[in-house]
Write a protein that binds this ligand. Structure first.
Ligand SMILES: NC(=O)c1ccc[n+]([C@@H]2O[C@H](COP(=O)([O-])OP(=O)(O)OC[C@H]3O[C@@H](n4cnc5c(N)ncnc54)[C@H](O)[C@@H]3O)[C@@H](O)[C@H]2O)c1
Length: 379
C-alpha cells in the first residue's frame, strides 16, 4: 500500500470522526493507499498535542498555514468551522494538495465558487464530507431510486430536528458555540442541517429548480462568548421551505434547533408512482420500503434491516444481521475516496457537487428575505 500523508485541521467532533475513519479504513477495505496520520493542527498547543498523542498523529502544528505548506503533507483535511474553509482550501489548492473539506462547503455560494474554481484549476482531488450518503440504508435508497423502482417521483419530504439551543441563556460564539455566530457559521440550521438534507435530496432526486422559504430566529439576542457583550443573533434558528425539483416532484424541507425532544432527527421520505421509501437517522440501519406491485394480500411497508452482505458496504463488515453505525459512514467515504484516487476518478460529493447544495441554501435564505419563490442558480 502506498502511504498517503494526511494533515488534519481541527480536532473537534469532526476531527475525531475523520481520524477514526483514517485509522480503520485499511483494516476493512482493500485499498491501494494507506492514510498516514502525519500532522494535526489546532490553535492551542497543549490541546492539539494531547489530541495528536491520543490519535497517533506523528506531529502537530498550531498554525494552519504551516501545515498546508509542509512538503510532507499530501492531503489537507478541513475539519474546522465554516469561516475557515475558504482560506484553507484556497491555500491548499495553491500548494497542490488534495482537499477533503467539511460541509457546508463555504459560507455562501460565492465563496464556494471560488473554492471550486481553485481546486479545478489546480487539478487536485477534492471531496466534501456529506457523509450521510454513505450510510448503507441511504446508499440503498439511492440505488433503488436509480434503478427506477419507485417510478415517477411525486414527493420528497425531509426534516432535520434538534433541540439544543432552546435556552435563552445559551451564549453564542467561541468553542463549541460557533454555530450560533453568523460570522463564523454563515447561517444557522440552513447551512448546518438542511445542507445535509439538500445534499441527499440532490443525490437521490436530481436538481432543485426553485424554492420558497421562511426562517425564524426565536432568541434575538445572546451574550457573545468572545466579546462578553449581548449581541444580535444573526443565524436562522428554524427554516422551512417548499421546493420544486427539475423532475417535476414537489418537496418540503424543515429544520430547527427548537424541536423539544429531538436530538438529531434526520428523516426523508420519497413517494413514487410504484413505490415509496423512508429513512430515519435514529434508526439508521433500516430502510422502510413499500411496493405497490406486491401481491395485494401481502402488500405493506417492509422494514429492511440493511445488514446483509449484498447491501451497500455491508460485505466489508460483520455477518448478516449485525449493525454498524454513524462513524462507519466516514470510513466508507474515505474508502470511496481512496478507491477513486487509485482509479484516477473523482469521488462525489466533489466541491462542485457541494457548490450546488450551497446554491440551494443561498436561494432558501434569499427567499426567506424576499418572501418570494426564488430560482436556484445552476453551477
Ligand atoms: N459531516 C457532518 O455530519 C458534520 C458534523 C458536524 C460538523 N460538521 C462540520 O465540520 C466542521 C467542524 O465542526 P465540528 O463540529 O467538528 O466543530 P468543533 O467545534 O467540534 O471543532 C472545530 C475545531 O476547529 C478548530 N479550529 C477553529 N478555528 C481554527 C483555526 N483558525 N485553525 C485551526 N483550528 C481551528 C477548533 O479548535 C476545533 O478543534 C464544520 O464545518 C461543521 O459544519 C460536519
Amino acid at each position: 500500500m502506498k502511504p498517503l500523508n494526511i494533515g488534519l485541521i481541527g480536532y473537534g467532533f469532526m476531527g475525531r470522526a475523520h481520524s477514526n475513519a483514517y485509522r480503520r479504513v485499511g483494516h476493512f477495505f482493500d485499498l491501494d493507499h494507506e492514510p498516514v496520520l502525519k500532522a494535526v493542527c489546532g490553535r492551542d498547543k497543549d490541546q492539539v498535542g494531547a489530541f495528536a498523542r491520543q490519535w497517533g498523529y506523528e506531529s502537530f502544528e498550531t498554525d494552519w498555514r504551516k501545515l498546508v505548506s509542509r512538503p510532507d503533507i499530501e492531503l489537507v483535511d478541513v475539519a474546522c468551522p465554516n469561516d475557515m474553509h475558504k482560506p484553507i482550501a484556497l491555500a491548499a489548492a495553491k500548494a497542490g494538495k488534495m482537499i477533503l473539506c467539511e460541509k457546508p462547503l463555504a459560507m455562501n455560494s460565492l465563496e464556494g465558487l471560488q473554492m471550486t474554481r481553485a481546486v479545478e484549476k489546480a487539478g487536485v482531488p477534492n471531496m466534501v464530507w456529506y457523509n450521510y450518503r454513505r450510510i448503507p440504508a441511504v446508499t440503498l435508497a439511492h440505488d433503488l431510486v436509480a434503478e427506477g423502482r419507485l417510478g415517477r417521483i411525486f414527493h420528497y419530504r425531509a426534516k432535520f430536528l434538534q433541540d439544543w439551543t432552546i435556552s435563552k441563556d445559551l451564549p453564542q460564539g467561541g468553542a463549541a458555540l460557533w454555530r450560533l455566530d453568523a460570522k463564523v457559521a454563515g447561517s444557522g440550521v440552513t447551512g448546518d442541517l438542511l445542507a445535509h438534507c439538500i445534499d441527499t435530496a440532490l443525490w437521490l432526486n436530481g436538481g432543485i429548480d426553485r424554492v420558497t422559504a421562511m426562517t425564524e430566529t426565536f432568541i434575538k439576542e445572546r451574550k457573545h462568548n468572545l466579546t462578553g457583550k449581548v449581541q444580535e443573533v444573526g443565524i436562522d434558528d428554524a427554516c422551512a421551505f417548499l421546493a420544486r425539483f427539475e423532475n417535476g416532484s414537489l418537496a418540503t424541507f424543515e429544520s430547527t434547533r427548537y424541536a423539544r425532544g429531538h436530538k438529531a432527527l434526520y428523516t426523508f421520505e420519497i413517494n413514487g408512482e410504484q413505490a415509496s421509501l423512508c429513512w430515519d437517522l435514529h434508526d439508521l440501519h433500516r430502510l422502510q420500503y413499500f411496493d405497490h406491485r406486491d401481491e395485494g394480500r401481502l402488500r405493506g411497508w417492509r422494514s429492511i434491516h440493511v445488514t446483509d452482505g449484498d447491501h451497500p458496504y455491508m460485505g466489508k463488515w460483520w455477518v448478516p444481521g449485525l449493525q454498524i453505525g454513524y462513524e462507519h459512514s466516514f470510513v466508507h467515504q474515505v474508502a470511496d475516496f481512496l478507491d477513486g484516487l487509485a482509479k484516477g476518478k473523482p469521488t462525489g460529493p466533489t466541491f462542485r457537487d457541494a457548490l450546488q447544495t450551497q446554491a440551494v441554501c443561498d436561494a432558501v435564505l434569499r427567499s426567506a428575505r424576499s418572501s418570494r419563490w426564488e430560482p436556484v442558480r445552476r453551477y
